[in-house]
Design a protein around this ligand. Structure first.
Ligand code: PEP
Ligand code: MN
Length: 334
């Protein structure tokens, strides 16, 4: 908070005001100008009654300058946060590749993909069981059965799993799911975010289709203010006037979010582009931009995929992408 004093304020009046601020536990910074004295207040200024302050005869103006997001803010937490997903760390120099199908379709599909992506270096398996589809007539996911199949794949491969939640009533199904995904469409489902804030689950929150970074961080604040600090941010492209790609990948979000927040940032080049051939260059670019991880859609038969086949890599393509990404990581972390 900043208070500007009137020109004719006496030293005694100024000092008694400063004493009052200090008695409230605030740190006081004074800047003497040619015409005005500016008092900067640092600390919990919620105790200061702005109306009362403004009404004082020596006050010219008062301005509250507080950060809209606190828990996710790097200003209040300088160190990178590291999220530990069953021993796989994300953030603070640790990088993980999350891979798997858009949706879990059947037993053989998820097991085969899990084994293949694991062999290529993915450490976390993705798979949607509850699918947010634009059309209500499209495949909506296997729901509870999909989670069961993911758990089977987890048991068989030892890979931790991530899956999207759409409704908090399904939370108990996610007990053994290692990361709960909040999809782009639910980024501002504040009731869902508040409920997830009451859990201790790892949460990956995706940027909304038309949301700016401040809104993403404010949504994150809903989770963290509830006491859950285990949050990973995900850039997955935003809607722009461009139509050749499904979305526009905002890669500047990676360094910007790192500047603003201590939380890890993962990039999803699959939803960001919508085209499997663009996944490799964008995955490498994300790694070069300092992303803490990637989330890539992989399908053992993309042409037959029930969801997002056009952006899904085959296991062989994923193998090549993962290798190139690791080379980029080596190059940029030298
Ligand atoms: C997904 O990851 O399956 C998904 C639906 O992504 P988004 O929420 O980014 O569209
Ligand atoms: Mn998808």
């Amino acid at each position: 908070m900043i208070a500007v004093l009137k020109q004719d304020t006496s030293i005694q009046q100024r000092d008694s005001l400063i004493n009052w601020f200090q008695s409230m536990g605030l740190e006081v910074h004074i800047s003497e100008g040619d015409f005005h004295t500016i008092i900067g207040l640092i600390g919990d200024t919620s105790k200061v009654d702005i109306g009362l302050l403004e009404s004082l005869s020596i006050i010219e103006s008062v301005k509250r300058i507080s950060e809209p997001f606190k828990n996710a803010n790097r200003k209040f937490h300088a160190e990178d946060s590291i999220i530990d997903v069953n021993g796989n760390k994300i953030g603070g120099g640790h990088f993980q590749i999350i891979a798997g199908p858009c949706s879990v379709e059947n037993h053989d599909q998820i097991i085969e993909i899990a084994q293949r992506v694991k062999a290529s270096g993915a450490t976390i398996l993705r798979g949607g069981a509850f699918k947010p589809r634009t059309s209500p007539y499209d495949f909506q996911g296997l729901k509870a059965d999909g989670i069961e199949l993911l758990l089977e794949a987890k048991k068989l491969t030892g890979m931790p799993i991530i899956s999207e939640i759409m409704n908090i009533k399904d939370l108990e199904l996610f007990e053994e799911v290692d990361i709960i995904q909040v999809g782009a469409r639910n980024m501002q489902n504040f009731d869902l975010l508040k409920e997830l804030g009451r859990t201790k689950k790892n949460i990956l929150i995706k940027r909304g289709l038309a949301n700016n970074l401040k809104e993403l961080l404010m949504s994150t604040e809903y989770i963290m203010a509830g006491g859950n600090e285990n949050v990973i941010l995900c850039e997955r492209g935003i809607r722009t006037f461009e139509t050749y790609t499904r979305n526009t990948l905002d890669l500047s979000a990676v360094p910007m979010l790192h500047e603003l927040s201590h939380l890890p940032v993962v990039v999803d080049p699959s939803h960001a582009t919508g085209l499997s051939r663009l996944v490799e260059p964008m995955a490498m670019a994300a790694a070069a931009a300092g992303a803490d991880g990637l989330m890539i859609e992989v399908h053992n038969n993309p042409e037959k995929a029930l969801c997002d086949g056009a952006q899904s890599l085959t296991p062989d393509q994923f193998d090549s992408v993962a290798k190139k990404v690791m080379k980029v990581r080596e190059a940029v972390t030298l």
